[in-house]
Design a protein around this ligand. Structure first.
Ligand code: GLP
Length: 266
């Protein structure tokens, strides 16, 4: 696990976007996993600027992590709408190459199975972007989720409903309480994982992810078992890490060939 501590949201996004640009430059048909929430916004802005500078994403495929159940797909805060704004319109992926779970499906079990089959038939996810919930969730896999779970329906934790109310005029009653989400087992099959976190309210979750015991109490902690993870955080989100000096030392001494910000120009 590579822990990269940056001084701003801007720099977190710049570094994460460099990792995605590196993957896409090497494979113009890369399959990427995309996330919603405020943390990845800066990554998408930087990726969009790389596309303006010639990065070709016309054949890139994308799968989104999760979707609410209980709001229409064209609701401004559905993850269909968010991914459409952030990834399709802003970064420039072809809409037909982007698959988001359908939270309005009559048969959600079949929808989740179809989503998994679609990932498999695309060859699996090459690089997955993740945020992290303040309670340690990834996707919408709340504490208590099976660490080998597959894509399925889940109930949002009250903590998450409260956190996400800011996207619904601050009104918790408007936030759906159910969702479809890639499972933790599904996420763990991505060949590379890039997790971004910003702000003091993520510090405890980030500490649990990086240094805590592996367990469902902090679902993100399972990433310690993945062979290729970059955790990119600002100083506030890093505030509760105990081994911070080593992470900075390793970052400052990273071999040049491992540094996407050096060998992929923006
Ligand atoms: C949301 C999403 C997650 C996201 C997390 C953090 O509920 N389902 O994929 O990583 O919560 O969101 P934010 O980055 O806005 O804090």
């Amino acid at each position: 696990m590579e822990i990269i501590i940056k001084s701003s949201d801007y720099e977190v996004g710049e570094y994460a976007a460099a990792l995605f640009a590196e993957e896409i430059s090497e494979n113009s048909q890369a399959v990427i996993g995309v996330a919603t929430g405020s943390s990845p916004e800066s990554t998408y802005r930087h990726l969009a600027s790389r596309v303006e500078n010639g990065l070709d994403v016309s054949r890139v495929k994308a799968f989104a992590l999760d979707e609410y159940v209980g709001i229409e797909l064209d609701h401004q805060q559905s993850y269909h709408s968010v991914i459409n704004r952030e990834v399709v319109q802003q970064v420039g992926l072809a809409p037909e190459n982007v698959r988001v779970l359908d939270g309005t499906a009559q048969d959600v079990v079949a929808e989740c199975a179809d989503f998994e089959a679609h990932i498999a038939s695309s060859g699996g996810i090459d690089i997955q972007l993740l945020g992290i919930g303040a309670n340690g969730h990834i996707g919408f896999n709340e504490p208590g989720s099976s660490l080998v779970s597959r894509t399925r329906i889940k109930t949002l934790a009250p903590h998450t409903v409260k956190d996400n109310a800011r996207f619904f005029d601050g009104d918790q009653s408007q936030v759906p309480i159910h969702c479809l989400t890639q499972g933790i087992g599904t996420i763990m099959e991505a060949r590379k994982i890039v997790l971004v976190a910003i702000g003091r309210n993520k510090a405890q979750a980030v500490a649990g992810l990086v240094e805590g015991p592996i367990g469902t109490f902090c679902p993100a902690s399972i990433l310690q078992m993945h062979p290729n993870v970059s955790v990119i955080v600002d100083q506030e989100a890093a505030a509760e890490l105990r081994n911070i000096e080593y992470y900075n030392y390793a970052r400052d001494n990273m071999p040049t060939w491992q540094r996407p910000d050096v060998h992929t120009a923006e």
